[in-house]
Design a protein around this ligand. Structure first.
Ligand code: HPA
Length: 288
């Protein structure tokens, strides 16, 4: 079978046989942010390599499994680890899980990632709500013959990141900031959620300082190596998308330090508690 629609249907059927509850929302967890999956109750874990047509994830810090379970009584799917273009996968493989989620009937997508900051006000350890993106990967996952059963040939990208859902994330973050202040965790309500444009690059190299300068001029607030292919495919299928970046470092050349993957993972671990709280509230508010 070569038909992508049929393949995604097969993967969806395989998943449905192991988790029969209907699912409305999927959360895709980025580098160092995998711990949210541990918050799920009565969960079923499905390693990617067992799912028909899924590739096997290879990057350190990406577990490579689908976790299905409940959070506050809401059934959610969590993608713990994703497939990246820099790993050598074709875009069809990178976005295959999103095709599968579409075939599962999932309507809401929360995409998360680790990203470098291009904005001096946005320090490592803060979060950025993605308001729009720049696809600088040099490829588009929809290239090739269009299958109208998924969506239109020329999908509109005017509002990739759902406006109403953006408001939900901002209000959940404000509430968390207020509670952290009131419980004495912070000396003042800390506005940890920034908003900005995410620029996707193919990687696997981090950028040069000249490239960072270039992407700043283009209007990017953060750079990373994922998310945009999935966002495009999700929109193609009419799903609603939220994007949240965990800022792990400043872009190359913005400080005297070099960038390394360990630092990216460490920052993810440091903000994971805040991140988990935010995701939990957002899932609650957008469901039902
Ligand atoms: N550049 C690209 N991708 C990233 C970065 C970065 O600085 N940090 C985390 N992912």
């Amino acid at each position: 079978m070569t038909d992508l629609y049929a393949k995604a249907g097969e993967a969806a059927e395989f998943i449905r046989a192991q988790y029969t509850h209907s699912l409305e929302t999927v959360v895709v967890l980025g580098s160092g942010l995998g711990s949210f999956a541990d918050d799920l109750e009565k969960s079923v874990r499905i390693p990617y390599e067992t799912i028909p047509h899924f590739a096997a994830s290879t990057v350190a810090g990406h577990a490579g499994q689908l976790v299905l379970g409940q959070i506050d009584g809401i059934h959610v799917a969590v993608q713990q680890g994703r497939f990246h273009y820099y790993e050598g996968y074709e875009m069809e493989k990178v976005t295959f899980p999103m095709r599968t989620f579409g075939r599962l009937g999932i309507k809401n997508v929360i995409l998360t990632n680790a990203a470098g900051s291009l904005n001096t006000d946005m320090t490592p350890g803060s979060l950025m709500l993605i308001t729009d993106h720049l696809n600088c990967m040099g490829v588009n996952p929809l290239r090739g013959q269009n299958d109208d059963r998924f969506g239109p040939r020329f999908p509109d990208m005017t509002s990739v990141y759902d406006k109403r859902f953006q408001e939900v994330v901002v209000s959940a973050a404000n509430q968390i900031a207020k509670e952290r202040f009131e419980s004495g965790l912070e000396k003042e309500p800390v506005d940890f959620l920034h908003r900005g444009v995410y620029c996707a690059l193919s990687g696997p190299t981090y950028e040069t300082p000249a490239e960072i300068h270039f992407y700043r001029l283009l209007g990017a607030d953060a750079v990373g190596m994922s998310t945009v292919p999935e966002a495009i495919v999700a929109r193609h299928q009419g799903m609603k998308v939220i994007g949240i970046s965990c800022i792990s470092n400043f872009g190359a050349g913005m400080t005297s330090e070099a960038i390394d993957h360990a630092e990216v993972m460490e920052t993810g671990a440091r903000v994971s508690e805040l991140f988990r709280q935010l995701l939990r509230r957002v899932v609650n508010r957008i469901s039902g």
